[in-house]
Each structure stands twice: as structure tokens, then as C-alpha cells.
Design a protein. Structure first.
Length: 372
């Protein structure tokens, strides 16, 4: 992993040596630049509505209750691992929880998704936000993560995550999901300094939030920049990148960090310069072309179209094998796999049949039989 800051030294971290010992994890081996017999595979939103066991829980609990009850969040996190034996678990939570901790009212409205009834839309509104005590307000996330670590063996690492400040601001400023992001983009042109103050405030809370996840046992982190693709390369570097670098500097190089950006093919040249372990990319650019743009050192994650899992199992296997061929690297002269974590280019779609999700996972799990 490229170093991007001074790691916080904490000898009391109970997971420090467990992280170093987890050499059997395919995911962590790839993050370290090692060759593996087959690439690791997991799916964004793998704990979710396509699983009947998740739907059963959701019939009894609302979404925020699942997120804020550590035992339930841990159970949801573990459900896809039990069913499919993915090579990584990602904690069940929501990227918007830190904004709620900062004082923004968060609701989830059926049919509309997340909603902030009192959005922040100008510099004067920033007074309604505060710097939270992260352990007190978000400690339920850390408790869930510790529970997941206790349940999993070292072959299955646990990923923590957060949204980037730009993406969190997109929801907070718009008041929820938006088609045009008119309020956010207007603010960015009208008062860039004021918007950057909001981004920096979110970044400072995110540093504490991610550090809490590391202390609770997260063995890697993923940063989601869902809405970074709204910006061209020059404006992304000026508006979104500084707060991302602030976070990376704040957490240091304690664990691998994967950066995901949706709809950002035009940003790949600048994303390739980020001081992170890897880039998670959507399906809009072939993986070998992504590799050509970002260079040989960056780990790549992705990039199968989630809609491909709505096809037949035979077609899913064909698409997955093509992805594996594009992602395979033999630069070191061996016949293994290197530098690629197999994933979808976005979250798995809720209507995906279980057998199709299984066909995707199994195609990767048997890659060593096909490519040797």
C-alpha cells in the first residue's frame, strides 16, 4: 500500500496483530501486491434485499433500527458470508450516519430513500451542524464491527467504510436523492469557500469515524464517492479531492484503503494519483483499459455490470470469465492472479436471483480450474 500519512500508533489496538497474521486472506494478499491462486470476490451491497433472510429481518425492523442495533447489523453483515462464502465482509451500515451524528435529521422514506428535512444549503446553515463525540453517537457501528470480527475466521476480512465528504454533502445539501443536484452545484459556483468548509467538517468527523472502525477491527476500508462523477477533472481536484486527502492523511496507512467512484471514467487519470491501495471502478470502462490509464501499481476492484446478474447463469459465467481475463496480471512472471479484487461495478440489484449471484461468486471461486 502507498503510504499517505503517519499511521496512528496504538499499542492497545486488540486487532493489530490479528491483521498482520491474516495471511490466509486472499483479499489482504492482493492488497499487499501478492499473487494468489484465484482473485478474491465480494459484492457491494452484498448484505441486502436480494437475500430472503435479509427481507425477513426487514419485515420486522425498519432500516435505521437494523443499522443502530449492533446484534442486528452484525447478523445482516454475516448473512451473505454464510450463504456464499465471499472473500470479504463489509459492515452493514449507511454512509449517511455521520451526518446524523453531526446534528442533521435523517429519515428514510419508503419509495424516496434517505431524506434530510432541513438541508444545509449555504454557509449560514453550517451553524446547525456540530462536531459530535463519535464514540457516543456512532459507537453502535463499532460494536457491530467487533461482533462480526468475533464471528469470522481470519480468511474473511471485515471492511469498514465511509462516504466521501463530497458525496455526503450531495445528500445533505439536496435534502436527499437528487436528479440534477442543482443546490449542491449552485453552491459550488456561488460560494466555493463555504462549501469547502462543509466538506472539511465532514472530513474531520469521518477521520474519527474511520479510526473507530479500525480500532474495532476493520482490516480494510472503502471510501464511496458516489457523486464525484458530477464534476469534471479540474473541479473534482479542486472541490472533492482536498477533503479526501484530509481523510487519508488523518487515518494514515494502518489498513488498505479502496476508493470507489461511480460514473468517473473521465476522472481515472487523476484518481490514479490518489495515495490509496486500490480503485474500485464501475462497468463503464473495460478493466484492462482502466489498468492502462492508472498504471500497474494500483489494485483494481470491480467491474462487472450489476445488470449482468439478471441474465442466465451461463451468460453470467461467460461475462465473469471475460472480466477475469481482463483483470489478470502476470507481470511478475508467475501464472497466478495479481492486482484484481473481483466485484460488481455498483451494488447488487435487489431483484437479482440467488442462483445468479451464486453463479457469479462460483465462477470466481473456480477461476484457478479454468485459467491453469
Amino acid at each position: 500500500m502507498v503510504s499517505h500519512g503517519k499511521a496512528r500508533k496504538d499499542a492497545s489496538n486488540p486487532w493489530k496483530f490479528a491483521i498482520l497474521r491474516a495471511v490466509s486472506s486472499l483479499f489482504l494478499q492482493v492488497c499487499r501486491g501478492q499473487s494468489v491462486v484465484r482473485p478474491p470476490v465480494w459484492m457491494m451491497r452484498q448484505a441486502g434485499r436480494y437475500l430472503p433472510e435479509y427481507r425477513e429481518l426487514r419485515s420486522r425492523y425498519d432500516f435505521l433500527t437494523l443499522c443502530k442495533t449492533p446484534e442486528l447489523a452484525a447478523e445482516v453483515t454475516l448473512q451473505p458470508i454464510r450463504r456464499f462464502r465471499m472473500d470479504a465482509a463489509i459492515l452493514f451500515a449507511d454512509i449517511l450516519l455521520p451526518l446524523e451524528a453531526m446534528g442533521a435529521e435523517l429519515r428514510f422514506v419508503k419509495g424516496d430513500g434517505p431524506c434530510f428535512p432541513d438541508p444545509i444549503r449555504c454557509r449560514e446553515d453550517l451553524g446547525r451542524l456540530h462536531r459530535p463525540e463519535v464514540e457516543a453517537t456512532l459507537g453502535y457501528v463499532f460494536k457491530a464491527l467487533r461482533e462480526v470480527r468475533r464471528e469470522l475466521d481470519e480468511a474473511t476480512p471485515v471492511l469498514g467504510f465511509a462516504g466521501t465528504p463530497w458525496t455526503l454533502a450531495a445528500y445533505l445539501v439536496e435534502g436527499g436523492i437528487s436528479k440534477h443536484h442543482a443546490h449542491l452545484l449552485s453552491w459550488s459556483y456561488r460560494d466555493e469557500a463555504g462549501l469547502r468548509e462543509l466538506l472539511d467538517r465532514i472530513a474531520d468527523v469521518s477521520i474519527e469515524y474511520l479510526q473507530g472502525q479500525i480500532d474495532a477491527g476493520a482490516q480494510a476500508l472503502q471510501l464511496f464517492d458516489t457523486w464525484g462523477g458530477l464534476l469534471d477533472a479540474e473541479r473534482w481536484q479542486r472541490l472533492a479531492r482536498p477533503s479526501v486527502l484530509r481523510i487519508l492523511e488523518g487515518i494514515g496507512d494502518q489498513v488498505p484503503v479502496i476508493f470507489y467512484l461511480r460514473g468517473g471514467a473521465h476522472l481515472l487519470p487523476v484518481l490514479g494519483e490518489l495515495p490509496v491501495t486500490g480503485l474500485s471502478v464501475d462497468w463503464r470502462q473495460p478493466l484492462d483499459e482502466v489498468r492502462r490509464i492508472v498504471g500497474p501499481k494500483m489494485v483494481l476492484q470491480g467491474n462487472l455490470d450489476p445488470a449482468a446478474l439478471l441474465g442466465t447463469p451461463e451468460e453470467i459465467r461467460r461475462q465473469t470469465h471475460d472480466l477475469l481475463r481482463r483483470g489478470r496480471s502476470s507481470a511478475d512472471g508467475d501464472v497466478g492472479f495479481q492486482g484484481h479484487i473481483v466485484n460488481l461495478g455498483h451494488g447488487i440489484l435487489p431483484m437479482t436471483p440467488l442462483k445468479n449471484a451464486g453463479a457469479f461468486i462460483e465462477a470466481v471461486q473456480h477461476a484457478d480450474e479454468i485459467f491453469t
